[in-house]
Design a protein around this ligand. Structure first.
Ligand code: UT7
Length: 485
């Protein structure tokens, strides 16, 4: 029987790693599940209990009490981990790649592999509740700056009444959204300085965060851009870093849809927690322009999304500072489940592209993507079921009680989801930070935009504990407990 200092529950036969994935919407989780399906099949029940919190979580081996079938399954499990790792979408130089690999194979994201020979079981396709996660207590870093930027152009609910069969009343009451901001086509503005893109928004947000932090861009060692909709298919992080003057940073994109910012935060925190990583200051940007991928004839989804960018500067701290000042990233938890991938996706479409190679030639694809497709009801149920649990896991890891949090900051998707989660945790709505009404769902940007506004409005103060949670396509979901300041 192998296990990782945890009671082995015969019903818990598998351990999954969160899937950070490639654009448009995460594919790593579906890929890893596909691999697992080939390797495993299981008929056990699930254990919904959150696992014991742990400082870091290295590879977990949980079996059904018999000898682990590791020889048989580890290669495929390893492949799952590698697939997720590769799909991490890092557009890197060779040197940076080595750093990332070092990071991945260290205690960083605790890639936990399924090794049960009888394999993955889901009682229903969307039952994510028993999937395992990466979770941890404090990481030696703290937030020292925050910023955000949103596009000029506003589309109100009333405007949308002329686009699809809907009403301001329906949208407001069912979602809490009144308006959203969107990037217009680059050709509509003639003046260069007026041109808005996802990259310009990211740079503006990052500049504000750098300004608040008091550090210089040259002092930043790592730039992570969490986005599913970059201006450049190869990623925006290097452009953002260059525009900002981060001449000493290595930069890469990370795609985990609406969980992207939280996953980026945790990833940066892992670098900083490793004292030999050389990362002292990190910039994490969450930015998305899903208006580019929304079907503006689909009233189920077009009412929800808006564009924007938010950014946070993290600074490494000495381990002793965590206990003394109590500030920083106090705990986190991250999950994914590709079995729910169909519920929210934006898949590759491609147009026929015949290339006349010798003989009959070859039919290739010219790149393009379908519109976002979403089963709103399934995503709603997934969020209200999983988000309270993932928050509780991070609270446990941070050794903090729900009563002790000052603010609850959820991915801004639907006010009813926020109400349901707050109620489940026993947090009053006065403690819920929301700006959903003004911006709609800005995907990876929603948490840092809302936090930026709350900090600048003087609502969030130094020492406040903020419980954050993101969720979305993949499916992916995660949480982090931050003490501000
Ligand atoms: O980052 C994660 C991204 N996604 C989400 O977070 C989505 C989570 N899900 C939701 O927020 C909600 O499910 C929606 C806002 C998408 C939908 O709200 P709902 O209360 O679940 O509505 P529903 O899908 O059950 O639809 C109820 C009715 C349907 O009509 P019938 O079949 O009852 O006649 C819909 O056709 O409302 C209709 N409907 C609309 N009516 C007016 C759906 N969209 C609209 C609309 N305007 N825009």
């Amino acid at each position: 029987m192998w296990h990782n200092n945890e009671p082995v529950d015969k019903r818990r036969r598998f351990v999954d790693a969160p899937g950070f994935a490639s654009q448009m919407i995460p594919t790593a989780t579906s890929l890893s599940n596909g691999l697992r399906k080939r390797c495993f099949s299981d008929s056990g029940d699930h254990d919904d209990r959150p696992p014991k919190s742990r400082r870091t979580s290295p590879i977990n081996y949980i079996t059904d009490g018999e000898d682990p079938p590791i020889r048989k399954c580890l290669p495929m499990s390893f492949a799952c981990g590698v697939a997720e790792t590769i799909d991490f979408k890092m557009k890197l130089s060779h040197g940076a790649l080595l750093t990332i690999l070092n990071f991945v194979f260290s205690r960083s994201l605790s890639f936990a592999f399924t090794i049960s020979h009888t394999g993955v079981h889901r009682s229903s396709r969307n039952n994510c509740s028993s999937l395992q996660m990466a979770t941890s207590g404090p990481l030696s870093c703290r937030a020292i700056g925050i910023g955000s930027a949103t596009p000029r152009t506003v589309i109100t609910n009333v405007d949308l009444e002329k686009v699809v069969e809907t009403s301001d009343e329906w949208i407001s009451s069912r979602t809490g959204i009144s308006q959203r901001r969107v990037l217009t086509h680059p050709l509509v503005t003639s003046e260069d300085e007026d041109k808005e893109s996802l990259t310009t928004l990211s740079v503006t947000a990052a500049q504000k965060a750098v300004e608040m932090s008091g550090i210089n861009p040259e002092d930043i060692d790592l730039v992570i851009c969490a986005t599913s909709s970059p201006d450049d298919l190869f990623g925006d992080a290097t452009t953002v870093a260059a525009s900002l003057g981060c001449t000493n940073a290595f930069a890469f994109d990370l795609t985990a849809a609406c969980s992207g910012f939280l996953f980026g935060l945790v990833t940066a925190g892992q670098f900083m927690d490793r004292k030999n990583s050389g990362v002292k200051n990190a910039l994490v940007v969450g930015a998305d322009a899903l208006s580019r991928w929304v079907d503006w004839g689909d009233r189920n989804s077009c009412i929800l999304f808006g564009d924007g960018a938010g950014a946070m500067i993290l600074q490494g701290t000495a381990d002793s500072d965590i206990g003394k000042e109590g500030v920083g990233l106090l705990g986190y938890s991250a999950h994914s489940n590709g079995m729910g991938h169909e519920d929210l996706k934006c898949g590759f479409k491609g147009e026929s592209n015949h290339v006349s190679t010798p003989g009959d030639g070859v039919d290739l694809s010219k790149g393009s993507y379908n519109y976002i497709s979403m089963n709103g009801s399934n995503v709603y149920k997934f969020a209200t079921r999983e988000v309270p649990k993932v928050l509780q896991e991070a609270l446990d890891a941070a050794d903090i009680k729900a009563d002790d949090i000052d603010w609850l900051l959820l991915h801004q998707a639907n006010i009813r989801i926020m109400e349901a989660v707050a109620k489940r945790l026993g947090v009053p709505m006065e403690k819920v930070i929301t700006n959903l009404s003004d911006y709609g769902n800005t995907s990876a940007a929603s948490i840092p935009i809302a936090l930026d506004e709350a900090v600048r409005a003087g609502k969030v103060k130094k020492g406040d504990v903020i419980a954050c949670a993101g969720f979305g396509a993949g499916l992916s979901w995660g949480s982090a407990i931050i003490r501000w300041g």
